[in-house]
Design a binder for this molecule. Structure first.
Ligand SMILES: [Zn+2]
Length: 319
C-alpha cells in the first residue's frame, strides 16, 4: 500500500475515534477534496494508479484510466492527468507525498478525456505538456465536443475547472526525455487506438507505459484504425520491458503477454466483420453479431463492442 493511503487512513481514523459519525463523514469529504490518489510503487521510482473499469461519471470523478509518474534525480515526469481536474489534483498530491522534485513533464498518451481532463491541474506546476504531433489537431477538432458531452455524464460542477490544454512539446517518431540520469523513451505511433498514441518506456526500470495501445479487462475501444493497431502489435511486442502499465486494467501487467487478450479480440472482430461484408450482411445487422463470442472475456463489452464493430465495418469494407 502507498504512503498517501496510509496517511489518509490515519487521518480518518483519528477523526473518527475522537469525534464520531458526523465528523467521519466530514473526514471522508476532506479526503475527496484534498486527498491523494492511491498509487503503488511498481519499480524503483515508478508509481502507478489503477483506474476503475467504468464509464466516466460524477461519482467516480472520471478516475477510470491508469496513471503514473516517474521520479528521476532532478525531476518528475507524469503519464496522463486523469479524467477531471479533481483527479489531477489528487495525482499531484500523491506525487508530493513521495517527492518534492519539480514536475518537469506531463506526458499525454492520447486525446481521450479520461487521460487529459486533469491537465489544467498541472498549470501551476510549470510542467511542459508533451504529446504526439497529431494531438493538438485532434484536441482542436474534438475538445469542445468532449467538454460539452461530459458535462452531461459527469455534471457541470466537476466539469467547471476542466480545460483543453494541448501539448507544447510534440513527438514525431521517437524522442528522449531526461529526468536527471534517468531517460524516458517516447514513441509516437501510427494510427491504432487513436491517431495520436504515444508510449513511454522508462529505460532504467524497463517499465513500459502503453497508454491505450494495451487494454486488459476493459474492452479495447477503437477510435483510430483496427488494421493499423493489428499491424503494429508485433512492433509493440518487441519493446523490451519487464512490466507494463496498460491504459486500462491491472497494474503492473506482464509484458508482452498483456497484449494477448486484445490481439485475440481484434482477430475475432476482424474475422467476423470481414465474413459479414463478404456475405453481404448489412452493417446494422453485422454489428449486432460481430465478436459476440468474446463477450464473457471483457468488462464494458456491451458499452463498446457495437461501436467497435461499426468502426471496423466502415474501415474493412474498403479493403
Ligand atoms: Zn483511449
Amino acid at each position: 500500500m502507498s504512503q498517501p493511503t496510509r496517511r489518509s487512513v490515519l487521518k480518518t481514523g483519528a477523526l473518527f475515534a475522537c469525534c464520531g459519525m458526523a465528523h467521519m463523514r466530514l473526514a471522508r469529504a476532506q479526503m475527496v477534496e484534498g486527498g491523494a490518489l492511491s498509487v503503488t510503487e511498481i519499480a524503483d521510482g515508478v508509481f502507478a494508479f489503477a483506474g476503475i473499469p467504468a464509464m466516466m461519471l460524477a461519482r467516480n470523478q472520471g478516475r477510470i484510466c491508469n496513471l503514473g509518474f516517474i521520479v528521476g534525480s532532478d525531476a518528475v515526469a507524469v503519464i496522463d492527468s486523469g479524467g477531471s481536474v479533481a483527479e489531477g489534483k489528487e495525482l499531484i498530491a500523491a506525487i508530493r507525498a513521495m517527492t518534492d522534485k519539480p514536475i518537469r513533464y506531463l506526458i499525454n498518451t492520447h486525446m481521450h478525456p479520461d487521460h487529459i481532463f486533469g491537465n489544467a491541474a498541472f498549470a501551476a506546476t510549470g510542467a511542459t505538456v508533451v504529446g504526439h504531433h497529431n494531438l493538438p489537431r485532434a484536441l482542436e477538432a474534438r475538445g469542445e465536443f468532449y467538454l460539452k458531452s461530459y458535462r452531461d455524464s459527469m455534471g457541470s460542477a466537476l466539469m467547471a475547472d476542466v480545460r483543453i490544454v494541448p501539448p507544447t512539446q510534440l513527438v514525431t517518431g521517437e524522442q528522449e526525455l531526461d529526468l536527471g540520469g534517468r531517460k524516458l523513451k517516447l514513441i509516437a505511433w501510427k494510427p491504432a487506438h487513436t491517431d495520436n498514441d504515444l508510449t513511454v518506456l522508462d529505460e532504467q526500470s524497463e517499465t513500459f507505459f502503453t497508454g491505450d495501445l494495451c487494454f486488459l479487462g476493459h474492452l479495447p475501444t477503437m477510435d483510430g484504425s483496427l488494421r493499423g493497431w493489428i499491424a503494429q502489435l508485433d512492433t509493440l511486442k518487441a519493446i523490451k520491458a519487464k512490466r507494463a502499465v496498460p491504459g486500462h486494467g491491472p497494474v503492473p501487467a506482464q509484458w508482452p503477454q498483456g497484449l494477448e487478450p486484445e490481439e485475440r479480440y481484434f482477430d475475432v472482430l476482424a474475422r467476423d466483420i470481414r465474413k459479414a461484408i463478404a456475405d453481404g450482411v448489412p452493417i446494422a445487422k453485422a454489428v449486432k453479431t460481430a465478436a459476440q463470442s468474446e463477450q464473457g472475456n471483457w468488462q464494458l463489452f456491451t458499452e463498446y463492442n457495437e461501436r467497435n464493430a461499426t468502426a471496423a465495418f466502415a474501415e474493412l469494407e474498403w479493403e
